[in-house]
Ligand binder design. Structure first.
Ligand code: URA
Length: 214
């Protein structure tokens, strides 16, 4: 199956991504840039957001505008690094609900992950789901996280990542549930993974850079 992959091609995104990648960028700036980048990504990621007609009156005339439909979209940050993208997403979709998935890489088997927290609504049928995680590295976390959403009936999942590796995109392509309407939005696709499954050139460990643990 070929994946619906959207790579943002915009000078502002390229500029902000370069500052983000720089190892000398401090955590405070890193966090601000992640928020700004996810807001730009949200514009692309929410193109298909369901809306309904909303009659209102402006100071000049009545009109029928648009409102985000219910049930509200759900945003799911993958802890820990996905939390850094939550602020930008909730700024863009203030009515969204938020679920949480805690997943971390198994350091002894870096291609596998351990799930340590799972707070999702029981029923996600009919909900538009946005999975947020800065790095799409091996793709294992994204496939596992999508699986948790699908188990609860989700059929419409958009992954928003900042940087992806070609290996991760291929893994997702080969392993994602084909019955799901699935899309990925990223700011950039890098060269490769290294032998520790870090993205090259990447930006290092996104969680450490967000929260200042180097
Ligand atoms: N997770 C990160 O934080 N960085 C990478 O390069 C890969 C996975």
């Amino acid at each position: 199956m070929s994946i619906d992959l959207h790579v943002l091609d915009h000078p502002l995104v390229e500029h902000k991504l370069t500052v983000l990648r720089n190892k000398n960028t401090p955590s405070s700036t890193f966090r601000e840039l992640v928020t700004e980048l996810v807001m730009l990504e949200a514009y692309e990621a929410t193109r298909g957001l369901a809306v309904v007609d909303k009659p209102i009156e402006t100071p000049v005339a009545p009109m029928v505008g648009k409102h985000i439909a219910t049930p509200a979209p759900i945003i799911v940050p993958v802890l820990r690094a996905g939390l850094g993208m939550l602020d930008g997403m909730t700024k863009m979709i203030p009515t969204a609900e938020v679920g949480f998935l805690g997943m971390k890489r198994d350091e002894e088997h870096p291609t596998q992950q351990i799930t340590y927290a799972n707070r999702l609504p029981d029923d996600l049928s009919g909900r538009q789901c946005f999975l947020i995680d800065p790095m799409l590295a091996t793709g294992g976390t994204l496939v596992a996280a999508t699986h948790y959403l699908a188990e609860r009936g989700a059929k419409d999942v958009t992954a928003i990542n900042i940087i992806a590796a070609p290996e991760g995109i291929k893994f997702v392509e080969e392993n994602i549930d084909p019955t799901i309407d699935f899309k990925i939005v990223v700011c950039g696709v890098d060269e490769k993974l290294n032998d520790r499954c870090y993205i090259v050139p990447g930006l290092g460990d996104a969680g450490d850079r967000l929260y200042g643990v180097i």
